[in-house]
Each structure stands twice: as structure tokens, then as C-alpha cells.
Design a protein around this ligand. Sequence first.
Ligand code: ADP
Ligand code: ADP
Length: 228
Amino acid sequence: MIEMKNVHKEYSNGVIAVDDLSVNIDAGEFVYIVGASGAGKSSFIKMMYREELATKGDVLIEGKNVTDMKQKEVPFLRRNIGVIFQDFKLLPRLTAFENVAFALEVIEESPKKINKRVLEVLEMVGLKSKARFLPNQLSGGEQQRVAIARAIVNNPKVVIADEPTGNLDPETSWEIMQIFEEINTRGTTIVMATHSQEIVNKLRKRVIAMENGQIVRDEHRGEYGYEA
Ligand code: ADP
Ligand code: ADP
């Protein structure tokens, strides 16, 4: 599903954020990426959805090389990968419904079908009753639910989340984690960068630990492993 081969990321200022990293993530896996700030977690996952390009090496999503992908192939990636951020990144002037509908890549679907799909995913994240709310009328946890609905509306094979619970209180974080569990149970691969020792140690999954741009530990049903 996701294959990285000898990947390097060097920023224009000379910082080497990812250093000769190789890893495979299979379809259906749930993977936490852990490590101190600056370890390279964000750079690592940004290369998966082509927000950053690798300076060396190969990043393959479903066998397709993301780094040298032609512009016309980029929509393929967007349909296959849903992305979720710590700060939600919702469009502030659009309602919950509109934020999700906006992300739906539909060319020939009828408004009726679009409506049905958007309400279906809002229901899955428990926010159907607030479809008409604007982001600033929603709590942080609710905004993150909308962001999750937006990420899964195209039925992506992979969901990538960069500290999705970083701005949420512990109880809300657990609610959000239950949604990720549900998405994963339905077969979607999940890659999640997180600083939450509690989540990683309680909801045991594969753990990839990074340090100085390299993978220093990769364990199935692993632990957070060090004091944050
Ligand atoms: P993490 O997500 O683990 O905190 P990052 O991937 O954000 O790690 O950062 C890894 C290293 O790359 C850090 O030294 C950071 O300062 C640097 N870095 C991240 N983004 C950029 C950028 N756009 N330009 C230059 N350096 C960057
Ligand atoms: P929390 O403090 O737990 O993050 P909020 O106080 O932001 O939650 O919101 C609590 C509830 O009130 C949420 O269900 C949210 O949808 C609703 N709410 C918050 N602000 C508004 C608003 N301006 N208009 C309508 N409903 C709102």
C-alpha cells in the first residue's frame, strides 16, 4: 500500500528531515508514528500525500511513484488518501455539510447522490444533526469529526493524520480514536503521527518510532516507549 525506499528529505535550508528511510505499510494496517518534535514525523507523512517531495528515493502509493507523478495523476492520489490535521483546517465560511461536499470529487453524480453520501459520512462521525453548523459553531472535537468526514468521503484506501488529537482534551481524543478504529475496521489503512503516550499505550497498534529522520524502532502492537 505504502512503500518508501531509501527516502531522503532535505529542505532548501540544508536541514535533513528524513534520512535514508525505508518502510512498507500494508493495506489495512493501523500505524502510529512517534518521536520527539523535530524527529521528522511530519516530513515523513507529508511525502506520502505529496505535500513535500522526497529529495532522493522512492515513495510508492499502491505501486505508483508519488514523487515523479505527473500533474494529471495527482487527483488519483487525492482520491486514495484522506488527510487529517491537528488544527482541522476546515473552510470557515462553509457549513459542516459544505466542507465535506467540497472535498467530494464527483463529476457525474447527481446532487441527490452527493447529498446522500455527505450525510452518510456525517452520520458515521456522529455529526449529522449539525450538518448546517459553521466551524466556529462547533467544539474542537466536532470540528475534527467534520475533518474526518471530509477525509473519508471519497472512500480513500489510506487515511493520514498528523496529531489529530493534539488540540483536544483526553475524553474528546478517545471519541476521535473510536472513529479512527471504526474507519480502520472497515479496511482503511491508517497512518497517524501522535504525541499521545496514553493513546499509543492503550490502543495498541504498530508503532514506528523516529529519531533524527530515521526509524529507530518498528514494532507490532508496540508502545510509545519514551517520556515525551
Ligand atoms: P516532527 O513532525 O517530528 O516534529 P518535522 O518533519 O516537522 O518533524 O521536522 C523535521 C526537521 O525538519 C526539523 O529539524 C524541522 O525544523 C525541519 N523542517 C520541517 N519543515 C521544514 C521546512 N519547511 N523547511 C526547513 N526545515 C523544515
Ligand atoms: P467545548 O468547550 O467542549 O469544546 P463548545 O463550548 O465549543 O464545546 O461547544 C459545546 C456545544 O455547543 C457544541 O455542541 C457546539 O456545537 C455548540 N456551540 C458552540 N458554539 C456555538 C454557537 N456559536 N452556535 C451554536 N452552537 C454552538
